[in-house]
Design a protein around this ligand. Sequence first.
Ligand SMILES: Cc1ncc(COP(=O)(O)O)c(C=O)c1O
Length: 454
Amino acid sequence: MSVFNSLKKVLKSEKSRNFPNDLESLWMPFSANKHFKKNPRLISRAKGMYYYTPSGDKILDGVAGLWCCNAGHNRDQIVEAIKKQAEELDFAPAFNMGHPKSFELSSKLSQIAPKGFNHVFFGNSGSEAVESALKIALSYWLEKGDVKKKILIGRNRGYHGTNFGGVSVGGIEKNRTQFNKFLPGVYHLPDTHNLEKNSFSKGQPHWGEELADELTLMVNKHGSENIAAVIVEPVAGSTGVLIPPKNYLNKLKKICDHNNILLIFDEVITGFGRLGKAFASEYFDITPDLICVAKGINSGTVPMGAVLVQDKIFEAFMNKEEKTIDLFHGYTYSAHPLACAASLAALKLYEDESLFERVNQLSKYWEDGLHSLKGTKNVIDIRNLGLIGAIELEPITGKPTRRAYNVLCEAFNNHKTLLRVTGDIIALSPPLIIQKEEIDQLIENLKKTLQQTE
Ligand SMILES: Cc1ncc(COP(=O)(O)O)c(C=O)c1O
């Protein structure tokens, strides 16, 4: 009998109605399909800080699903808003048509965005937000008559989703090598990660501001008249939580301004409270030209992404004859009614429960808890900012990423904790509703997991 069949039998006997009959048909994204299907880790229900497996195990969520469920899981207010919207309006075409909640949500997002971001363009994911932002940036310069400005600059170890534009400006080699075709005219700044200089930094590391000077070198080499935009995550998440060194982002911004280059902040993970402010732009007090958001926009409940757009950019597109389309880009599900309703409810919940402010109250406790793991087996670095954390592990010789993957499995199977791992790094980003006792529990579970993983 296969492992899967025997597991199914066990789970049936444990009255699990949620276990699927067939695991083979689904090609899971970014997954080791073969290993998963031999050892499935299923989640069938969630509430607050916890997931539940089909057999009823309660799993502490250390990553807000995948950096998205900032208000915690299955919050009644969001669930009700989605239900109500589904009864009232299932879908409305987005091209040359509108539905009220898309406008209401855009106004609401503009109110919480940094000053000057009074326009919102919707997609359905972080990847689509990035794709839209890159297109807006490129076409902005065409609208302005700067037809040579076509170069895009990303950063090594940047992650901007998986569409061709995002993968091109992103800096993860593995996400590229399987595909072999990308946007031309893209260059990458160096990443800011340096264990020799910055290991075990609390908050923003001291060393690394000068890495921004690479942008000046690129401008000197390629000419500012040819560069359209720079895109960075204020805090890089998917490549293992790389906290920007002090003054680094300010310097990038200054160089962009000085050379008439647009700055795009990809805030897909930092948006909606992760650093204690609505956006990292506000936290770092840096105003970019475009901001990409997704995930926390509706606490991960319905697929949605968006670009927050500065007035000067939007206005450049409004110079055409009234009946002409101003941007040849969009999606069938741009501003889907269910996603909008969910987002309006999530934003209200964030506000009613002061969840962004909570992050400021908890961040020191979070930092202390995380750094108490210094000295635990295989730990070579710990870093944190807001309600984000990372624990970097010594890789197993000759088998990079294996140790962290083992940690993920050990944490889930034996310590009832959901982690995210990337490379040999454990990334942490719990829902913003986490209580101090749950932080303690998470740290305790992590400690045991690390001690018990080779
Ligand atoms: C910074 C950043 N940009 C873009 C994305 C892509 O988002 P999605 O997976 O919703 O397409 C992610 C996903 O983690 C992200 O962290």
